[in-house]
Design a protein around this ligand. Sequence first.
Ligand SMILES: [Zn+2]
Length: 247
Amino acid sequence: MKKEIEQAAAAIRNARFVIALTGAGVSTESGIPDFRSKGGLWSRFDPMEYGTIGAFKKDPAKVWHMLDELLELTDTKPNKGHLAMARLEGMGLLDGIITQNIDMLHQKAGSKTVVEFHGSIASFRCLACQNEYPLAFVQEQKNHPVCGTCKQLLKPDMVFFDEQIPAAALMASKELIAAADLLLVAGTSCQVTPASSIPLQIKKKGGLIIEINLEPALDNLANITLQGRFATTMTRLTDQLNAGKEE
Ligand SMILES: [Zn+2]
């Protein structure tokens, strides 16, 4: 592993523009089980009944039972891996993160350039008048939050299964991908579109791919595979780069 960490650090140091793609695996060590895993959110709430915009429009009160659980995530703290990624950005060695997570942990860790492919629960919206409400407003309510004007239940700005990736996020990610010559994949097996196409896009233009996964999934695409837990591995990698800087 030491050799691979050194190789990965050298590749990052030599790259012009480094981006990261993260998924559920980076947050499990913060205590958020992968929504798709056994015992995860979508094993207890059928995505078709609780995770689509159609379901929300039909019966928002029902979908709010699932959202109550999601809101508990707002107490979650970033782990050492999130903090290491933020540190890497501060060192000028990471230019942006594209995340599939809605838990805001990268931002909480201090990362500045974060594209949220699937939105987040940082803000909520009234589907009738499009008025936006911050998370703090929702947390202050005793009951499920409704729009002050329309009295309709609010929807979080997370992307439901049948919704499009927000245009702004798609645009921002395209710009990052276009500029990148190195992609750090962490905590995701890249099976869900459109995130799944990002490693291919980087590979196609001759970029390098470093994978950090407990169970590596990019065997054919990754140039360097760091098999291990996100928090430990990301910390080791960032420490290695930091040490290199001081030399
Ligand atoms: Zn409204």
